[in-house]
Design a protein around this ligand. Structure first.
Ligand code: CA
Length: 230
């Protein structure tokens, strides 16, 4: 996620943008006219485009239109004339951002990073085919090993997480502490079943509004625990 295409006919500006972005770890391709630029944008694998408005062959408006027909990568349009950028707003060109020349290279880098972050988040949300377990407002992303309660992420240690997932995957089944210890820590582990009690307590402190009356993991006195469904 760091390939940027710069379409800019003023070499000095293109060089400046390229230098700053490369210093920040981006890989840069430069095209000096609109036609080459749009062809390169459509055939290549870019994550963001910095597009000048006034270009030889075809202008930035047209490049933007052609790219937008096929790709939804972020496009930052730049122009020397503020009026032109006002026109872009008016046209609803589908560009994601606009900058008036001259701009500071660090401002450009900041905006590029912001758009990259937003775009990659969007892409990963779209692509996500993670293994998700959802139960009673609890959402466990098993692929990413992340836990959310009411949309808020909670941090668990490895064993707390394993224990929680095991119970949540077997709702309404009562397990003894011995069974849970064997399941999560394995036969060969050093420790005893009070480890289970301690971990359950920690899990409750993290996920329950009131750990003394748990909504999720219920204590079955004299037996063990179960993940409560209703
Ligand atoms: Ca130009």
């Amino acid at each position: 996620m760091n390939n940027i295409l710069i379409i800019e006919d003023e070499q000095a500006i293109a060089e400046l943008e390229k230098d700053y972005l490369e210093m920040n770890g981006f890989h840069i391709t430069v095209c000096e006219d609109g036609l080459t630029g749009s062809e390169t944008a459509l055939s290549g694998d870019f994550d963001l485009i910095i597009l000048d408005l006034m270009l030889p062959e075809i202008d930035g408006y047209e490049v933007c239109r052609r790219v937008r027909e096929v790709k939804d990568i972020p496009i930052i349009m730049v122009s020397a004339k503020k009026e032109d950028l006002d026109k872009i707003y008016g046209l609803g060109m589908g560009a994601d951002d606009y900058m008036t020349k001259p701009f500071s290279p660090s401002e450009l880098v900041a905006r590029v990073k912001a758009h990259m972050t937003r775009y990659s988040r969007l892409m990963s949300a779209k692509k996500s085919n993670n293994d998700i377990l959802e139960i009673k407002g609890l959402r466990i992303d098993k692929t990413a090993r992340r836990v959310f309660i009411g949309g808020v992420e909670k941090q668990f240690t490895t064993k707390e997480y394993d224990l929680l997932v095991f119970l949540a995957e077997h709702p309404d089944v009562v397990y003894t502490k011995q069974e849970l210890f064997k399941e999560i820590w394995g036969m060969e582990s050093v420790g005893d079943i009070t480890t289970v009690t301690v971990h359950i307590k920690k899990i409750r402190e993290k996920m329950e509004d009131d750990p003394s009356t748990p909504r999720y993991i219920e204590t079955i006195w004299g037996v063990g625990y179960r993940f409560k469904v209703s």
